[in-house]
Design a protein around this ligand. Sequence first.
Ligand SMILES: Nc1ncnc2c1ncn2[C@@H]1O[C@H](COP(=O)(O)OP(=O)(O)OP(=O)(O)O)[C@@H](O)[C@H]1O
Length: 289
Amino acid sequence: MLTDADGPAARCARLVKIYPSASGETHALRGIEASFPRGALTAVTGPSGSGKSSLLSVLALRERQSGGELWIAGRSAETLTGRALRHLRRYDVAWVAQRPTHSLFDGLVAREQVEQAARLRAADLAECARLLDRLGLSARAGARNRELSGGEQQRLAVAAAVVGAPGLVVADEPTAELDDDTSSLVLAELRRCAQGGSAVVFATHDQRAIAAADRVLHLRYGVVSTEAMAGAQALAQIDSTGRLQLPPEALALFPQGRAQVVLDGLGVRLLPADGRDAPSVPTDERHGR
Ligand SMILES: Nc1ncnc2c1ncn2[C@@H]1O[C@H](COP(=O)(O)OP(=O)(O)OP(=O)(O)O)[C@@H](O)[C@H]1O
């Protein structure tokens, strides 16, 4: 079971993920700084290719980071033995893959998938039927993966992930296959899981899921560009090395890719490198809307 009860379920600093590619290397994560508190739903958003799935698969211990630090319940992922990693993956860190069948077992019917996860986490088996019912899957409890629709598989993968409230639930686009009604069922179940004390993290492009989150981390080019608490203004993230990512519309003000950094009484102004005062930017654009 995850320990370090007072800290976040997971935290990363300067997290880097590099994939080999035909042209050399793809730097999918370029120094992610983030923490994932228990009891909260964190949505990870960003354009295609910004690194959402890479972050989630490292966070869920499906892949190793290439650099930087990841702590799960206060333990550095790099120092975990193979056995400790398997233990965490099995009991404490639940994973809903982008393709839900990748998180499900072929040989089991729906009810058995959830019961198997419940047994591993020493959860009450009676909860499995209630969970399937809440997710609208009672009538499909005896069906195997290939007999389920994409949306049913997705709901089933979520059921198996949340049963027994593991310390960390990581889900890659858990509502992608769902209509409004079934999406609400999944989001309600993720909320219930967070209320039980789990840290729930999901990548999404879905406005319904973003609206349901307590906080939203927006990625661009493999770093956290902004972080927003529900209903609050998004704040640009300044990482531990002092870097901050400008919104795309501000980049046009710095064609040379250089800025003067001027501290004044109110904060910091960035001026084009030739010393001219920066042209004014409409307030909405400055806030990245
Ligand atoms: N297994 C892999 N091998 C090589 N490159 C990869 C691999 N997985 C991801 N990438 C590359 O890493 C970068 C980030 O990909 P990632 O899938 O994390 O982005 P994403 O934000 O989840 O995108 P999407 O919204 O399209 O799912 C992309 O350039 C992608 O091509």
